[in-house]
Design a protein around this ligand. Structure first.
Ligand code: AHR
Length: 505
């Protein structure tokens, strides 16, 4: 028998407008993200600056408003000055995070130019691992100032007269992680991040700063880290970061599909800590969340660890090239649904990453760029998930997994785009065997009609895409909008991602 779910959406029950930066992503100097990813002079699609146009086209398709750069773990030993100026004078450096050789052919300048071409904006990270306030200030001056001063003039001398105007800055990366170059305690990091953000805002008060939260919810310091770091930085920063990666290494798909239950708790806990520190400080200011690394990541772990150990200091080796399955796409869809349900506090998010490295977009060095399975839920959310996130009142049959009880069979979010007069329901049926009947009660949208229903469905949870074949791609479900009434259930296929778009005729 089919599972059952009822979703009530009401035009007056609103969570918050969706900040478009929820659909951000991430490019790190790691593996082939930059070299042979976004940049490959000599490739048939490369432009005069060496950027691959086929990649830019796919990035544009995803409509990514911000891209975090240059790391990640990479940033904690990054000397930005080596990455600007005449290419022939640039020095190669050792990247300690990924044990590779960084040629510095692409750096701050090139990324700013690429971002413009790709229709996105950089979200820049500063090195608070091996460096400090001074290097961050110099970088900010180089990027954002129009003054007649040393670093602004240096940028001009490198050919970029106009500042890049970068508005969003990350105060380092995952500084709670013992693996991080220059790892610190919460108090040590908090003091450094506070002084860095304070000084940067003295230089440019139009910027916003993201302070590092925990690398993941399972970190032993999770909770106390956020509280102590925010205690030090509250007045100077605007967002705290969250990171999460999911794995189905154990092959337990029902559990894999319940990951967003933990994600939801992670978000609620960090929101509570932000508000606790706010109360302790009697502050009027609210700190919001930047979920600036999230994705499935596990397929490539074993080979990457062996390669980094046995074959160090290579240039742009194949690293973190997870090939994503159909079920990974469902998990990413569930994550997007969760972010939308927290649109009041999750203002920024970054799918980690964008090209070749745990990415929706892959490239063949001698061939084309192609879309992984996980491309599609992100594409749909970015395209239809802009507007006001509505409170989804969801009643669903449930099931239990190895670690979770009462997991709803269907999960859903709804976004109303008033300007386009468009209401979109994103829904996942996470049951592996049964279909689910989803009834949608749309209050205040009685004059809207179903205009399209796209879905990801597959009989093979492990189906993958490749440069040659896109086995997993959206299908269009044939339902006539006029036949739809509030009582008509949408029959969601087992293990499926669904995007139901209603518009005013
Ligand atoms: O995205 C890959 C890595 O994951 C990042 O460099 C780091 O921040 C995280 O641990």
């Amino acid at each position: 028998m089919n599972k059952k779910a009822t979703l009530i959406v009401d035009r007056d029950f609103q969570i918050a407008p969706v900040d478009e930066r929820m659909y951000g992503s991430f490019i790190e100097h790691l593996g082939r993200a930059v070299y042979t990813g976004i940049y490959q002079p000599g490739h048939e699609s490369a432009d005069e600056e060496g950027f691959r146009q086929d990649v830019i086209d796919l990035v544009k398709e995803l409509n990514v408003p911000i891209v975090r750069y240059p790391g990640g773990n990479f940033v904690s030993n990054f000397y930005w000055e080596d990455s600007v100026g005449p290419k022939e004078e640039r020095k190669p450096r050792l990247d300690l995070a990924w044990r590779t050789l960084e040629p510095n052919e692409v750096g701050i300048q090139e990324f700013a130019r690429w971002a413009k071409k790709a229709g996105t904006k950089p979200m820049m990270a500063v090195n608070l691992g091996t460096r400090s306030v001074e290097a961050a200030l110099n970088l900010l001056e180089y990027c954002n100032l129009d003054t007649d001063t040393y670093y602004a003039n240096l940028r001009r001398s490198h050919g970029d007269e106009k500042p890049y105007g970068i508005k969003l800055w990350c105060m380092g990366n995952e500084m709670d992680g013992p693996w991080q170059t220059g790892h610190k305690t919460a108090r040590e990091y908090g003091k450094l991040a506070a002084e860095t953000a304070k000084a940067m805002k003295m230089m440019d008060d139009s910027i916003e700063c993201v302070v590092c939260g925990s690398s993941h919810k399972g970190m032993p310091t999770f909770g106390t880290w956020e509280e102590e770091v925010l205690d030090e930085t509250y007045d100077y920063v605007d967002y705290v970061s969250l990171h999460t990666y999911w794995s189905n290494a154990s092959g337990d798909t029902p559990e894999f599909f319940a990951q967003n239950v933990d994600l939801d708790e992670f978000i609620r806990t960090v929101v509570n800590i932000c508000d606790l520190v706010k109360a302790k400080k009697h502050s009027k200011k609210q700190i919001d969340l930047s979920f600036d690394e999230w994705n499935v990541w596990y397929h490539s772990n074993a080979s990457d660890n062996a390669d980094m150990k046995n074959l160090p200091w290579r240039r742009h080796p194949h690293l973190l090239e997870d090939i994503y399955t159909f079920e990974d796409a469902i998990v990413d869809g569930l994550a997007l649904i969760t972010f939308l349900k927290h649109a009041d506090r999750v203002k920024i998010a970054a799918l980690a990453q964008l090209v070749n490295v745990i990415a929706p977009i892959m490239t063949e060095e001698d061939g084309k760029a192609w879309r992984q399975t996980i491309f599609y839920p992100f594409f749909h959310a970015s395209r239809y998930g802009r507007g006001i996130s509505l409170t989804p009142i969801l009643r669903s049959t449930t099931h239990s997994t190895s670690r979770h009880e009462n997991v709803s069979d269907v999960d859903a979010a709804a976004v109303w785009n008033e300007e386009k007069q468009q209401l979109t329901v994103f829904a996942v049926n996470r049951c592996l065997e049964e279909k689910a009947d989803l009834t949608i009660d749309m209050r205040g949208f009685e004059d809207y009609q179903l205009s399209s229903w796209e879905a990801l469905e597959s009989n093979d949870l492990l189906a993958v895409n490749s440069a040659e074949e896109e086995k997993v791609h959206p299908i269009r479900k044939e339902v006539s909008g006029k036949d739809f009434t509030a009582q008509t259930p949408f029959v969601l296929a087992s293990a499926s991602w669904n995007v139901l778009v209603f518009t005013k005729p």
